[in-house]
Design a protein around this ligand. Structure first.
Ligand SMILES: [Zn+2]
Length: 237
């Protein structure tokens, strides 16, 4: 059995129409093997070293470094783990020795009986997810397959960053059917409450706004009209 420790939950905050403060989630999976999943942006070096010390983990003792995909906010500190077998997207290597693994055709990579790495493409064409069995249930560490818990009810949150949205929708569905908890790429861990995939009506917010724009003036007109009729005495029972 394993313990999943989120060392740093990722985040993403828009600060302008084309700019976002963002960092990827960094996770430690502790058990018979030591596994790090994603290493955040390069600015996290000191933070990550301190977090490892706090949890009694020596970086050179980490067995596996898994990067869910190759984006800069998920791979910034990979060289802190010189002895780890690296699984980054569909690449698997130990030092400079590369082993070809058939993620492409859905083959999971087994770390041991309780931890598997499965292909979950969509955000990029080679995303992977770590599935770890813990005493509380199965935890899926997904990278940007899920941006945060909010993207379960707002498709736009993940679709706007997706290279292959249809593929990603299928990968999301698969992970939701298997996991009890999800550690997303840019938010805190959350519990899977509903295994059905919720396809939010994407324009739900504008729709609601539109309703207000029509309903509120209509109500004002009707109520105002009645009042006006009463006041001017043009309306009699
Ligand atoms: Zn990404």
């Amino acid at each position: 059995m394993y313990e999943v420790v989120v060392l740093k939950p990722g985040y993403a905050t828009w600060v302008g129409p084309t700019q976002q403060h963002a960092d990827g989630t960094i996770t430690l999976v502790k058990g018979p093997k030591l596994i790090i999943v994603d290493t955040g942006g390069p600015w996290n070096k000191r933070f990550l070293q301190a977090a490892l010390r706090k949890h009694g983990v020596r970086a050179d003792a980490v067995d596996f470094l898994v990067c869910t995909h190759g984006h800069s906010d998920h791979t910034g500190n990979n060289n802190l783990f010189p002895n780890a077998t690296v699984i980054l997207s569909y690449d698997v290597c130990q030092g400079d020795l590369y082993t070809f693994h058939d993620f492409q055709h859905g083959q999971p990579y087994t770390i041991d009986d309780d931890v598997r790495v499965i292909p979950t493409p969509g955000h990029t064409h080679q995303d992977i997810t770590v599935m770890a069995r813990t005493p509380d249930g199965v935890v899926a560490i997904t990278g940007d397959l899920f941006e945060s818990a909010d993207d379960l009810t707002d498709d736009n949150l993940w679709r706007s960053f997706s290279e292959f949205p249809d593929l990603q929708a299928r990968s999301r569905e698969h992970v939701l059917s298997q996991a009890d908890f999800i550690v997303p790429g840019h938010g805190p861990m959350f519990r899977v409450k509903d295994r059905r995939v919720v396809h939010s009506a994407t324009p739900s917010t504008p729709d609601r706004k539109l309703l207000w724009y029509i309903l509120v003036p209509l109500l004002i007109t009707i109520v105002g009209g009645i009042l006006l009729m009463l006041v001017t005495g043009q309306y009699h029972w």
